[in-house]
Design a protein around this ligand. Sequence first.
Ligand SMILES: [Cu+2]
Length: 137
Amino acid sequence: MSEQATAIMTRKPRGRLLALCSALILASASGTALAKTVKVQSTDLLKFEPAKVVIHVGDTVVWHNASVLVHTVTDVPKLAAKAADVALPKGAKPFNSGNLQPKADFRHRFTAPGTYRYFCIPHEAAGMLGEVVVEPK
Ligand SMILES: [Cu+2]
């Protein structure tokens, strides 16, 4: 048995717990943390809530239609009335939920880093806009 292993095993339980915590912190810092899922709601007030989320490459956003209205989650430049309402980073594919009925979900996993600006097709003019910032791993 290595000297280090012996040292860990002979330490008091609290010492072992600290060693375990340090190992977990090191593991997440080196990029082995699990991908996350972040929730955004579409509301009756014609907003995405929260309007901006910051995630990492590999994470998923789930949009839930929490309103009585039909909404979309759309990041397709040619479908936007205003160019400023939409953005896709280099290498990212456009996505569009289509009509989301009340209580329906739409999910999208982000694999390219950068800033995404999306909108709801029926409510773009009302300012129903959202942003996803995807940071590199
Ligand atoms: Cu909408």
